[in-house]
Write a protein that binds this ligand. Structure first.
Ligand code: ADP
Ligand code: LRH
Length: 498
């Protein structure tokens, strides 16, 4: 007996997890039942190497996690969210054609320019309201046009929808994640004819035939089947209703912001940092486009107006490179040492395109520093300090611009995701933005995922405010008050952008 259990599958760029949750006395109690690594795998393809996701290994982790979450009494619901933009193609038999390509793969080099030659960036933004990132699905499709897999493809499913298809046999396109493709009309919240026609006429990609029906978050997709995944299958999770949640991890993370006021900005801080505000309607001004702000679609008809800031990826990759060279570096210890170093000795533009592909970040940071007349960081702690200072500086710019471009007042900055555990980053963000920072929950995406599915099956009621109150009543947060003058941050901005 007892209360119903819900299971959130949250696949981040650095790890996947399955989190079980139950609502008791208006609180959400969660338990992590499975965590598995996620990361790119390079595979030779013709005369180049392609960066892939290991989607079968992820699926095995998902099935195993759902089975564990379902023991012993079964599940009331389940939901899947993941990073955005990437997809799998299915052939005419419904079989996956190749491993999904990773958004950091170089195949999209030059693809956005080829699209803009037929549909200028201004016109595209007027339709899809989306930031330009080289990896937007529309550019990935243009880049892959004419290859053998594209020719054989009959269906395109974004990663959470692909996993949902394997779990239930049903094919849908969940709207929040679909909004990151570049193929959705942000105003109508439907597939955009203009973009589908462009792909067919100019790139020979029959996108209209490939894309399934769009569904709003909260829709029940189907029932989880037995007998897939690894040997033991889905076990007691068989028959569970799978709910299309805010399947874009950032959409789920924004649901879980424990805001007590509508005047909040958020930083969903993980591998990426997604920095912005929540709106009722998109902003499609020229100033917004020029600042590369995106209008991604959120749960309950909202718009996530934000900018992608290259996030803790810089630290993750630095740690990976150091470890590859045989140096064991512990992240909390590294950050403690970085906290003892002087502030703003060296800052980089974290959104410089050189930081997008995997590689030697300490060397790239040093090169950037040298090019901008700064002394390059040398020790590991200096590199970490540079990254954290630079992230806080970028958050400052993005919060201010989000407020200005959308005409909203911001009183507080909420940080959710793994980055909310980084005390140095949270403290510096409060100082840099000049506003209080509220940090937590760490598992924002999983919590937003859980609440939307719980609501879909009737275990909780209400709007986003009600869901956020549950988060506030259920999680420990830490508050950081701003201190110190703004002048050093202004000076650091000038070092980079004047
Ligand atoms: P994603 O969902 O993109 O995989 P997460 O939200 O899980 O990312 O965040 C991962 C990041 O959280 C790590 O790169 C790391 O920088 C940060 N993090 C995790 N644990 C800690 C910790 N104990 N102290 C500081 N930062 C941490
Ligand atoms: C964060 C995220 C982000 C996207 C990126 C590709 O995990 O979903 O919102 O821009 O991955």
């Amino acid at each position: 007996g007892g209360t119903a259990v819900h299971a959130a599958v949250d696949l981040g760029a650095s790890s996947g997890r399955v989190i079980a949750g139950r609502i008791e006395d208006g609180r959400l109690r969660t338990e992590e039942v499975a965590r598995f690594p996620n990361g790119p795998v390079t595979v030779p393809a013709g005369n180049r190497a392609t960066l892939h996701w290991d989607v079968l290994s992820l699926y095995a982790g998902v099935v195993e996690g759902l089975r564990r979450a379902a023991e012993p009494h079964g599940l009331a619901s389940a939901g899947v969210d993941s990073w955005a933009v990437d997809y799998g193609l299915l052939d005419a038999d419904g079989a996956l054609l190749g491993n999904p390509v990773h958004y950091r793969d170089a195949r999209t080099d030059g693809a956005s320019e080829r699209v803009f030659a037929h549909l200028p960036a201004e016109e595209l933004y007027a339709v899809n309201g989306l930031q330009v990132q080289p990896f937007n699905t529309v550019f990935q499709l243009a880049a892959a046009s004419g290859d053998a897999q594209s020719a054989a493809a009959r269906d395109l499913l974004l990663v959470p929808d692909l996993l949902g298809y394997w779990l239930t046999g049903e094919r849908v396109a969940e709207l929040t994640n679909a909004s990151t493709t570049g193929l959705v009309d942000v105003h109508a919240r439907r597939w955009a004819d203009r973009c589908l026609d462009l792909l067919r006429e100019r790139f020979g990609v029959p996108a209209r035939d490939l894309l399934p029906e769009l569904v709003e978050p909260g829709t029940v997709v189907g029932a989880i089947r037995a007998g897939t995944g690894t040997g033991a299958g889905t076990g007691a999770a068989e028959g569970t209703p799978l709910v299309a949640v805010g399947s874009h991890d950032t959409a789920s993370a924004v649901v879980a912001v424990p805001a007590a006021t509508p005047r909040f900005a958020y930083v969903s801080s993980g591998t990426w940092s997604l920095v912005g505000v929540e709106l009722d309607a998109p902003v499609r001004t020229e100033a917004s486009r020029a600042a590369n702000f995106t209008n991604e679609l959120g749960v309950d008809g909202t718009v996530r107006y934000l900018r992608n800031v290259t996030g803790l990826w810089l630290l993750q990759e630095s740690l990976r490179v150091w470890r590859e060279r045989g140096r064991e570096v512990d992240l909390p210890d590294l950050l403690a040492r970085a906290a003892g170093l002087p502030a703003l000795a060296c800052v980089v533009d974290v959104d410089d395109p050189r930081f997008l592909p995997p590689g030697d970040m300490p060397a790239r940071i040093a090169a950037f520093a040298a090019e901008t007349g700064q002394r390059p960081p040398e020790t590991d702690a200096e590199v970490a300090r540079c990254v954290v200072d630079s992230l806080a500086l970028a958050y400052r710019g993005a919060v201010r611009q989000a407020a200005e471009l959308s005409g909203t007042d911001v009183e507080v900055v909420h940080v959710v995701g793994g980055g909310s555990r980084n005390e140095l980053l949270c403290r510096l963000t409060a100082d840099a933005v000049g506003l209080p920072v509220v940090a937590g929950p760490v598992e924002g995406a999983a919590i937003g995922n859980l609440l939307v599915q719980a609501r879909a099956v009737g275990a909780v009621e209400g709007g986003l405010d009600d869901l956020r109150r549950i988060v506030a009543d259920s999680t420990e947060v830490r508050r950081y008050e701003p201190s110190g003058p703004q002048a050093p941050w202004e000076a650091a901005e000038r070092r980079l952008w004047s």
